[in-house]
Design a protein around this ligand. Sequence first.
Ligand SMILES: [Zn+2]
Length: 328
Amino acid sequence: MGTPKVMEKFAVGVDFGGTKISAGVVNLESGRLVGTAKKKTRQVQEQDDVIRRIITVVDDAINESGVDMRKIAGIGIGAAGMVNREKGILLAAVNIGANDVPLAEPLSRHYGLPCKLGNDVEVATIGEMAFGAGRDCKNFVCIFVGTGIGSGIVQNGTLVRGATGTAGEVGHITLYPDGKLCGCGAYGCLEAYASRTAVAKDILADLQRGHDSVIREKVDMTKGILRSKAIAQAVASGDEMVTGAVEQAARCMATGLVTVINFLNPQRIILGGGLVEAVNLYFDTAELYARRRCLKIPGRKIEIVRAELGDYAGIVGAAMLSRNGASK
Ligand SMILES: [Zn+2]
């Protein structure tokens, strides 16, 4: 008999977002996803309803993976919104209409497995650190551009959380002291200029003023919704109005990157999120201007790259969170 084969270990990662709940079973050694499932997040009133929906998605993912429950070591959840990591409670998630929802404890009880909770940006950063664009790097910052802008800071291979666990709120760096009102209540934040929401607002305002653009037919004017894909298609077709809006937002993002580079001197910045993934022009413009404007010495070393895990960063990162106890 040879050496006994090491038993493969798996964990379940749950990405609890504003529009959907997705879950997957992840091989903890390779980061490979072996089964996934998802369900729409709808506005929930009852706490039990949230847990029930998560359990359905987790069950579906485990069934699809075909992995024996005994091989599953734990469950990790990444949730959009503020979380209490120690207690495993989702404190405020405006987009799903819920507050103070205990998530980790009821799931842990249901499955008889350890369960950890983190926020979506933190778990996506853990995912990139373990198996994505940060896997060979000890000092980097992940910046995710979507409805807002969030970041995760990794120093010496560890996630930096700050005194109150809120480090990395790069979206609320002030660009213009008397600028646009931000969702946080302050004025002129990066997020109000460089997020997908900001780009969409700009485009919608231009359309309302009567400007011509191919994107007009892709917009739901009543809801003001504009997807990254539609923005990408308009840029690809050479639409001037949309291209201008993207460039302007990306130049603002570059200013945020310059702040991060000069202040923190990271080895690498990893840019991710729907807008970055869909629209090359955004990434290219942000990188170009960041390199042009940052201090020479930190700028010489800085690598600016794209996130690698895409849509699955949240699931893979959440699964890793369950393992390494990073939620402490
Ligand atoms: Zn703000």
